[in-house]
Design a protein around this ligand. Sequence first.
Ligand code: HDD
Length: 730
Amino acid sequence: MAKKDKTTAKRGTEPVVDKHAVENPSNEKVEQLAAFEVSDSGKEMTTNHGIKINDDHNSLKAGDRGATLLEDFILREKITHFDHERIPERVVHARGAGAHGTFKLYKSLSKYTRAAFLNNTEEETPVFVRFSTVAGSRGSTDLARDVRGFAVKFYTKEGNFDLVGNNVPVFFIQDAMKFPDLIHAVKPEPDNEIPQAQSAHDTFWDFISTAPESAHMIMWAMSDRALPRSYSMMEGFGVHTFRLVNNEGKSHFVKFHWKPLLGVHAVSWDEAQKISGRDPDFHRRDLWDSIESGAYPEWELGLQIIPEEDEHKFDFDLLDPTKLVPEELVPVEIVGKLTLNRNPQNYFSETEQVAFHVGHIVPGIDFTNDPLMQGRLFSYTDTQLIRLGGPNFQEIPINRPIIPVHNNQRDGFMRQAINVGKTAYSPNLIADNAPAQVKESDGGFTSYNERIDAKKVRGRSESFLDHYSQAQLFYNSQSTPEKNHIVNALTFELSKVKQIAIRERILMLLGNINEDLQRQVADNLGLEIPSSNTDLNLVVPADGDIKLHQSKQPTSSIERSEALSMEKTKKESIKSRQIAVLLADGFIAESLTSIQQKIEQENGLIQIIAPSLRAVKSNNGSTVQPDQAFLTADAVLFDAVCVLGGEDSFATLASIPDAVQFVNDTYKHCKAILLDKDGSQKFIQTTHLDSKNDDAFFISKIDKESINRFIKAIAAHRVWHLEDKRLVPA
Ligand code: HDD
């Protein structure tokens, strides 16, 4: 396709300069979308049918005070369109944010797959990615304790491939049959629609207590993984075992991973709750701002590849979506990079209307018999039919492949294509059999030739019944602060559960994972440790034998897996981190310049926060315009704070309770703090800060050395190990 000049894309009769498109990299998908863009800049107003509008503010009436006339087609059209502008939100993953980008392969995977986009290292594949929470409604907070969706649409030369994953490598349930139950349990309770975007309520924990298959996932959901600092600081996983199939028809099992270049980082639960009030759009704003500022989010694609012959070599079943493949058993091979470099032009048209589907695969990739995956293969198209209103949703610009579509499907609501010719059936003689079927050797899709010889059963494989090994593996692999956070999260959630019997049943489940964990949560809840950890697996057919459905004794071959803890993650970069610089009149101008230069050089984002939005005067008479005043700024929205001296600046800040609170909160949440030594003494006395430096709190002259230490501490993200020392009432 010939490249179009993005500044003159046709959106009317005159060229429109599109600042957004000029600044951000383009790709083949973005070019395709440009043909559908409409800019109203400098244009005359018309009705939907092109009639120029003379008065858009007053309806047509019988006299000045008279009744409005039915013939007012302009009023009718405007109100009718407005009345119909909402579509159903996604039944799960309703709240999300998306961005465009590209995928570049590092090395050819032709040994494993014939998928062209995984063979060709020269080409970049356009992608659209949508991140989401699961339980909350469209308008809920980004910072809910929840799993995050990580859905990637690759617009490949062989059609669209969707990798519809999460930021957690396993799932709550093993069989799609239970998905509606799980979601009904976690969504707000049906009588009063409370609580919004939260799992901390009776129905969710009631469900979990009867489904020990969720034990592993619960460990992840109660960990800090459920509170990402940013979409660009979380991993992504395809969850299921997929297949890669090469040109010879040989298949390998594969697990897909996205590894963020910025490492995996979280906020604390206290911050998450406060951010939900201060800025419920925190994650989508972070994604948008990172891209606009050129600090593009990046992930590497990793594959765990398992030869088919090794299918039964593990002490878990590869088809069980509540299990991961420990990286110690099968290392993750890094094969390419995803970069998000362009924000959508229109949220509804792109992010809301994008339709993902696990069933969108390309030749060289195939499914497995994972029963959760099999059910998903039905659900995704089905849901788009109601959500997007009919069978032509694939014609919506964001959903179109970058290659032409030809088949005999016709008509339906909102059909866009004008299919020419007489035939809409195959085979046909009139049109010489067009559109023609394609040989496998020419890229026609053929399903993997898996041999299946079985009796029909409605049930669960015995190989799926070890529910606790990997829950134990996850818990054992956490650092001490991470374990504490899991205990606190479980305590919080169960404290919100009203029925004591449910709390007790969850304690039994925890006892099967780790007795220390069980004891701590029981203590916090003021409950006795149950005398037995009875397994309450109620996933039993009406006439089934409950004994056959009990969880098996844990049998994991490994005890710890480093990759499961966030502690050893990458801690090298401050790219896209938000750093607050607090100052007041009399601040030392030189200090501000040094810190600004260095942070910007490292791709961090600085905001100057001052007592008001009035320009602030420095010690040498120069002035600076603050980005925010304390009224709108809050420490939970930042990763670190630097407070500038000298005496006058500190004296003013010490007299503003919100400034003191800002620094206290940063300290409490274990973030990096740099205080200018010059004049800081009295300020420190008004705060809860210890007057001694620690791993992330520095009282120092603002110079090259202290700024470098500060930057290192920001990159390290948090000093969680100091949580018990940095005690601040807040
Ligand atoms: Fe799902 C949306 C991820 C199990 C049924 N799912 C949806 C989205 C993500 C996932 C990221 C949002 C896509 C977007 O941004 O538009 N879902 C998962 C993962 C699962 C999973 C990683 C387990 C491994 N899902 C799952 C099951 C079912 C569904 C078992 C049903 C049987 N999921 C849906 C859905 C949604 C959806 C109802 C709602 C909106 C949509 O599809 O487009 O079909």
